[in-house]
Each structure stands twice: as structure tokens, then as C-alpha cells.
Design a protein around this ligand. Structure first.
Ligand SMILES: [Fe+2]
Length: 151
């Protein structure tokens, strides 16, 4: 049986990866809008798929927090306070710089998700642990595709 303290730690870990996921979704969305260059069509589509999947993932993470009985953080201010993902900023970026940022962010998020999975494991919360490991797998796949785009 999960104690209140260990479940609170799991919720805290989920809040962190929720914020990371949301901020990364906003970043991918901005790249979808602003990418330029000869690979525009492919990258516009790829970044579009990324932000849509990330928004859906943020929804799943927030709903896991709710399933554990806690309120989910739900403001941009809260996400910016909690996130470890750096925002893209307003400076225009070329396509390669966008891909490099998303690659580093996906690698970082995969590691953060596995750390959060360990917290869930310590709390004997196999469902959250499994969910977080699955999320890490998704980010590993994105990282592979982004790495492949760099050649
Ligand atoms: Fe669009």
C-alpha cells in the first residue's frame, strides 16, 4: 500500500514531467510555425506531429496526477516554475538549431521520466512507473528521429 508521503513524492515527480512536457509542446508548436528552409514541408509536419503528441501526453500526465488524488498544475506560470526544459526564446532559429534543441530536450525528458519512474517504483506505484517508462520510450524514439535528421 502506498503511503501518503511516497504518493506525494510521485505526484511531485509527475508535476515536473508534466511541466517539461507542456513547455516542450509549446516549443515544438513554435518551431512548427517558424521553421524556414528547403525542408520546410517535412519539418513543419514533423514538428506538428511532435507538438500534438506532446499536448496529448501532457493531458495523460495531468490525468494520472488526478487519478492519484491531487490537483494538476494548470497554468503557464506554474509550468514555467516547475519545468527544467528551456524555452526557445524569441530569437529566430534555423531548422538545424531547432532540431538540435528538440533532440537535447527529448534526451533530457527521457532521463527525467526514468527518474520519475524510479520515484514511482519506490512508492510501489507500478501503474505510474509503467506509464512513465512508456513515456521515456516515446522520447527515445523522437530523439532517434531527430538525430537521423541531423545525418
Ligand atoms: Fe499548424
Amino acid at each position: 500500500m502506498t503511503s501518503k508521503t511516497t504518493s506525494a513524492k510521485t505526484v511531485k515527480a509527475l508535476e515536473g514531467v508534466l511541466a517539461d512536457t507542456y513547455v516542450l509542446a509549446v516549443k515544438a508548436h513554435g518551431f512548427h510555425w517558424n521553421v524556414v528552409g528547403s525542408d520546410f514541408v517535412a519539418l513543419h509536419g514533423f514538428f506538428g506531429d511532435q507538438y500534438e503528441a506532446l499536448f496529448e501526453a501532457a493531458d495523460d500526465i495531468a490525468e494520472r496526477i488526478r487519478a492519484l488524488g491531487s490537483p494538476a498544475p494548470a497554468s503557464l506560470a506554474a509550468f514555467l516554475k516547475l519545468t527544467r526544459v528551456k524555452e526557445a526564446g524569441d530569437k529566430p532559429l534555423d531548422a538545424k538549431a531547432m532540431i538540435k534543441q528538440l533532440l537535447a530536450d527529448n534526451e533530457q525528458l527521457s532521463a527525467a521520466l526514468l527518474k520519475a519512474a524510479e520515484v514511482a517504483d519506490s512508492a510501489e506505484d507500478a501503474v505510474t512507473e509503467d506509464f512513465l517508462v512508456g513515456r521515456a520510450e516515446w522520447h527515445d524514439k523522437q530523439a532517434w528521429m531527430l538525430r537521423s535528421l541531423l545525418g
